[in-house]
Design a protein around this ligand. Structure first.
Ligand SMILES: [Zn+2]
Length: 533
């Protein structure tokens, strides 16, 4: 019974490949490029894991099932391993991947595709950037959004005002150009300069250009804490007015006095979806964020270049006002000083990396008062600023957001270089942390649901053609992990550590991680959204 069914399966597979043996009564074993045998497939759809072999030829999955009577150039024994679609990380800052094409921090946590150009920051000339990436060759697949901050800065610098009609027209033409050159959508970073100076109408006009070209709207919203609900509503409203698909980036509640607001944010998303607006979100699995030091200063202080910022900070009277605004911004969130802020990378003095602003203030001024911390932040801004890790979220909000079926998993990371700075550990550990900590240790969501959030959910929303499932005809992007061992090793103190328990990763049918080591292969492709059907 079992044997005859196997024979039928093999015959169908061979027929579909157009390989017929000399004797039509006796099918010959098919020859594949890669056969992953004896694994347990989690196909990415949310379906329960099943025992199955997976065969790949010419970069694509060609058969999934019981395939013992086959040969392959490369047979990977996946006994004891889960075979999942490669993870798709739609919120990254991997814009400089051409400089570090192996992208090992992503690859080693099972990521096979990234979307860059997030939070309003991207290359301005998308065509040129994609050409450079194709020429460099990359280990993983890459897509990019066009960033609002990039476009606005190119047209109006960091001016704190509305665009003129001709400036808006210029910005629209830049977005249009980027979409024509292969961007998959438009991103905003409305907490950053100069995006923070833009009003709703400007965002709407530019998002509409992307939407008309089939693009998605991804937003690092105007507020992620005290005004979270209003920010979610603004983002959804863009989708409602433009018919763009909407991606709320790194959904979180970053103000202690508004912890719990994730419930209302998620219900706004659900209500919008019922109205026909295709809105989703993504998150990383940590209770700390990562951003610039500048974000702690009032937005008006950051207008103009470094000289303009220095003039304001060095003016004694202005500094008194700035400091009191900084204090107000913190107290609005239920905070009184900068002890939640840890230096990730401060180029003028790397010995400060890893210290909280409280510790830095003690080191530099001998005082740990809030006042000393603000003065320290000012000195660091005058020296060019720093990148920071901000411990501002609650585990309850992270859990609630993760349980929601329309929230994907994304790292918000750049391409990292081993040993360089003290970045947020999500860049090495995010996907592994979800599978190890949130699935295995805490039983927060089932394993097949976690995999769906990393694969088919983002693939469908970003319209990546035939990616995100372990299914015949789909791209040969696969991540093999040990469900009992997968874990993040990167910590806030020691972030430069690859994830564990992910021994094999394939990109477009090519092995990029074998037995836990990254190969030299660069099989990644530039991805575009498939046109609307
Ligand atoms: Zn962001």
């Amino acid at each position: 019974m079992r044997a005859s069914r196997l024979l039928v399966t093999v015959a169908i597979v061979i027929g579909s490949l157009g390989l017929t043996g000399g004797d039509s009564q006796r099918p010959q074993p098919a020859r594949y490029d890669v056969l992953i045998s004896h694994g347990t497939v989690i196909d990415g759809s949310g379906a329960r894991p099943v025992r199955a072999d997976v065969a790949i030829k010419d970069g694509r999955i060609v058969a999934v099932g019981s395939l013992p009577i086959t040969t392959a150039a490369d047979v990977i024994d996946a006994t004891g391993l889960m075979v999942a679609p490669g993870f798709i990380d739609v919120h990254t800052h991997a814009d400089d991947i051409a400089d570090t094409p192996r992208a090992e921090n992503f690859v080693r946590m099972g990521v096979t595709s990234v979307v860059a150009g997030n939070c309003g920051g991207s290359a301005l000339d998308i065509g040129d950037a994609l050409t450079k990436i194709r020429q460099a060759g990359i280990a993983i697949n890459y897509a990019t959004l066009i960033g609002h901050n990039t476009v606005r800065r190119a047209v109006m610098g960091t001016a704190n005002r509305d665009p003129t009609i001709s400036e808006l027209a210029k910005m629209k033409s830049l977005v249009w150009r980027a979409m024509a050159d292969g961007a998959v959508g438009f991103s905003t970073g409305l907490q950053y300069v100069p995006g923070t100076y833009a009003k709703f109408a400007e965002i709407l006009e530019l998002a509409r250009v992307a939407g008309n070209a089939g693009g998605l709207y991804a937003s690092h919203m105007r507020n992620e804490g005290t005004e979270l609900e209003a920010a979610v509503q603004e983002t959804i409203h863009v989708g409602e007015m433009t018919m763009c698909r909407v991606q709320i980036s790194h959904l979180k509640v970053d103000s202690p006095n508004n912890w719990g607001a994730s419930a209302r944010a998620l219900s706004l998303i659900e209500t919008a979806r019922k109205r026909g607006i295709d809105v989703q979100a993504d998150q990383y699995a940590y209770t700390a964020a990562s951003s610039s030091l500048g974000i702690r200063f009032p937005a008006w202080v950051l207008e103009g270049g470094q000289d303009a910022i220095a003039t304001r900070l060095n003016d004694r009277n202005q500094w008194v006002n700035i400091k009191s605004e900084m204090r107000d911004l913190l107290s609005a969130r239920g905070l009184s000083d900068l002890s939640f802020a840890v230096v990730a990378s401060y180029r003028p003095d790397p010995s400060l990396n890893g210290l909280s602003m409280k510790q830095v203030a003690v080191r530099l001024s001998g005082s740990d008062s809030a006042d000393a911390q603000f003065d320290t932040a000012k000195a660091m801004m005058l020296a060019g600023g720093a990148s920071m890790v901000y411990h501002l979220m609650s585990e309850d909000d992270v859990n609630r957001i993760m349980r929601h079926p329309q929230v994907g998993i994304a790292s918000d990371s750049s391409v990292l270089t081993m040993g360089d700075g003290v970045p947020h550990p999500r860049g090495y550990g995010n996907n592994a942390r979800v599978l190890g900590e949130y699935v295995r240790n805490r039983h927060l969501i089932p394993i097949e649901e976690a995999v769906r959030k990393m694969t088919s959910l983002p693939a469908e929303h970003f319209k990546f053609d035939r990616r995100g499932l372990v299914k015949a005809g789909y791209a040969g992007d696969l991540t093999l992990f040990d469900a009992n061992a997968v874990a993040d090793a990167a910590t806030f103190e020691k972030p430069h550590a690859f994830a564990a328990g992910i021994p094999y990763v394939l990109v477009n049918g090519v092995v990029v991680v074998r037995k836990g080591e990254q190969t030299a292969a660069l099989p990644g492709q530039v991805l575009k959204s498939s046109p609307p059907k």
